[in-house]
Design a binder for this molecule. Structure first.
Ligand SMILES: [Zn+2]
Length: 413
C-alpha cells in the first residue's frame, strides 16, 4: 500500500484493529526477510520512476515491473527464496501510490529505509486466516512463516480482506487487519458528482439527491435517554450500573452498525455510478471546530456548535470519504470548501446572505433557490469539472457563463 495511506491507516488503526504479534525467533527471521524484500522491490520501483515526470514516456508500468520481478527472482536466489505474494504486493502498492500521485490525491512515493516504516502487506486473504485460540491469544497465518501468535486485545473485524505486518523502531511487531474492499471499476461515462456533507442530511449530491444515514429509531432514542437517566442514578460500582452500561453500549453499537452499513452502501453506489467523485477537502477535526456555515464566515454560529458537532460526527463523513477512496482509488477529488456554500450555482453570485438557513439557499442576485447543501454540492462538482467556483466567486458581479438550463430546479422539487 502507498505510504501516505498506510500511515493514515496505521494511525487510525491504533486502538482499533492493530494487534501485537509475538513471533518466535525463527519466525521473526522470516518476517524480517519479508520486510527486506518488500523494501527492496518498492525502492527498485521508486528508482525506476525517479527521473520520470508526467507526460514523459518510459517509466515501466505495473505489468512491466512484474516481468522484471520475475527476471530478478530468476537471477537472485535470495529474492526467489522469498514470498512472491509479498514482493508482488509491494509492486502493486507502488503502482497504486503512483496512480494516487497522478490523481493529485497523494504525494509522490518515496524511498523506504531499513529500520523505519518496515512492513509488508498481504491482500486477498482467505477466510480463516485469523483465529482465536483462547481469551487473549489468537494467531494469524503469514505466507512462508505459518501461524504467528498475536495478542487478542480486541475483536478482530469481520471480513478481513488484507493485513499489514509492521515492525516499529523498538523491534515490536504488529499486525493491522483491514477489510479494505477491491476497487470498483469506473463506469466510464465521464460523469462527475459533487457531494456535500450536511448535518440535516448526511450527504447532498449534485444530482439533487439527499442522503440520510440511519440512526436510532425514536423508540430506541427514548430508550437510550431512559437508560442514561437510570445510569445517573445508579451507584458507582454497583451491578445495576454495570447492567445499564451494557444496555447503553448495545444501543450505541446498533447505531454504529447502521451507520457503517449506510456508508458501505453509499460508497459502493457512488463509486459504481460516477467516474469522479468530488468532495470537500476539509479535515473532520477542522469541521468539528467550526460548525458548518462558519467555514466561510468563522466566528459565527458559535452557540450552535455543540449541537452541530454531534451531528457532523454522527454523519460519519470521514468514514464515507475513506471508503470512497478505497472503492474508487484515484477517482476522488477533494476541493476547497471555500465559498461553496455561499455561491449561487446558477449565476455565480456570492453572498453569505444567500444561504438563508441550514437548508435553504436563495440567491440575492438571480433569485435561484433550492436546498443549500445541493447548491454547495453542485459548486463542488463544478470546481472539479472546470468551472472554478473561487474564480466566479472572486467576481461577484460576473454574469452567468455557460450555464446549463435550470433542470436543477425541477429535480430538487
Ligand atoms: Zn444566482
Amino acid at each position: 500500500m502507498f505510504l501516505p495511506l498506510v500511515s493514515v491507516l496505521i494511525g487510525r488503526l491504533i486502538g482499533v484493529s492493530r494487534y501485537r504479534l509475538e513471533p518466535t525467533p525463527a519466525q521473526e527471521r522470516v518476517l524480517l526477510e519479508h520486510c527486506g524484500h518488500a523494501r527492496f522491490v518498492w525502492n527498485l520501483a521508486v528508482e525506476q520512476h525517479a527521473h520520470w515526470k508526467p507526460g514523459r514516456k518510459g517509466a515501466p508500468g505495473f505489468a512491466e515491473q512484474c516481468r522484471q520481478l520475475t527476471e530478478a527472482r530468476a537471477e537472485f536466489a535470495w529474492l526467489r527464496a522469498g514470498s512472491i505474494v509479498v514482493q508482488q504486493q509491494a509492486l502493486k502498492d507502488f503502482a497504486q501510490a503512483m496512480a494516487n500521485f497522478f490523481g493529485k490525491t497523494h504525494k509522490r512515493p518515496t524511498w523506504r529505509k531499513r529500520g523505519r516504516s518496515e512492513g509488508f502487506r498481504i491482500v486477498a486473504v482467505k477466510a480463516g486466516v485469523v483465529r482465536r485460540l483462547s481469551r487473549n491469544v489468537g494467531e494469524v497465518k503469514i505466507p512462508k512463516v505459518g501461524w504467528v501468535r498475536l495478542r487478542w486485545s480486541r475483536a478482530v473485524p469481520e471480513g478481513v480482506k488484507s493485513y499489514r505486518v509492521t515492525r516499529d523502531r523498538a523491534g515490536r511487531w504488529h499486525v493491522a487487519f483491514a477489510a479494505i474492499p477491491e476497487p470498483i471499476p469506473a463506469p466510464g461515462r465521464g460523469e462527475v458528482v459533487g457531494v456535500d456533507r450536511g448535518v440535516a442530511v448526511s450527504a447532498a449530491l449534485s444530482t439533487g439527491e439527499l442522503l440520510k444515514a440511519p440512526g436510532l429509531r425514536d423508540t430506541e432514542k427514548a430508550g437510550l435517554s431512559r437508560l442514561l437517566r437510570r445510569l445517573a442514578r445508579a451507584q458507582r460500582g454497583s451491578s445495576r450500573r454495570a447492567k445499564v452500561n451494557a444496555a447503553v453500549a448495545r444501543l450505541k453499537a446498533r447505531e454504529t452498525d447502521r451507520r457503517k452499513g449506510w456508508v458501505e452502501k453509499t460508497s459502493t453506489h457512488l463509486a459504481r455510478r460516477f467516474d469522479v467523485i468530488a468532495v470537500e477537502d476539509l479535515k473532520i477535526a477542522g469541521m468539528t471546530r467550526s460548525a458548518r456555515g462558519t467555514v466561510d464566515a468563522p466566528g459565527r454560529n458559535v452557540r450552535q456548535k455543540a449541537g452541530l458537532n454531534r451531528g457532523v460526527l454522527a454523519a460519519g463523513w470521514g468514514r464515507l470519504v475513506e471508503r470512497l477512496e478505497h472503492k474508487a482509488p484515484g477517482r476522488v477529488r477533494k476541493v476547497s470548501p471555500r465559498y461553496t456554500s455561499q455561491t449561487c450555482n446558477a449565476c455565480g453570485h456570492r453572498a453569505a446572505e444567500s444561504r438563508q438557513s441550514q437548508s435553504r439557499f436563495r440567491c440575492l442576485a438571480c433569485g435561484h433557490q433550492g436546498n443549500a447543501d445541493v447548491n454547495a454540492a453542485r459548486n463542488i462538482r463544478d470546481t472539479v469539472a472546470g468551472h472554478a467556483v473561487a474564480a466566479r466567486g472572486g467576481s461577484p458581479l460576473g454574469g452567468p457563463v455557460n450555464r446549463e438550463p435550470q433542470r436543477d430546479l425541477l429535480l430538487m422539487g
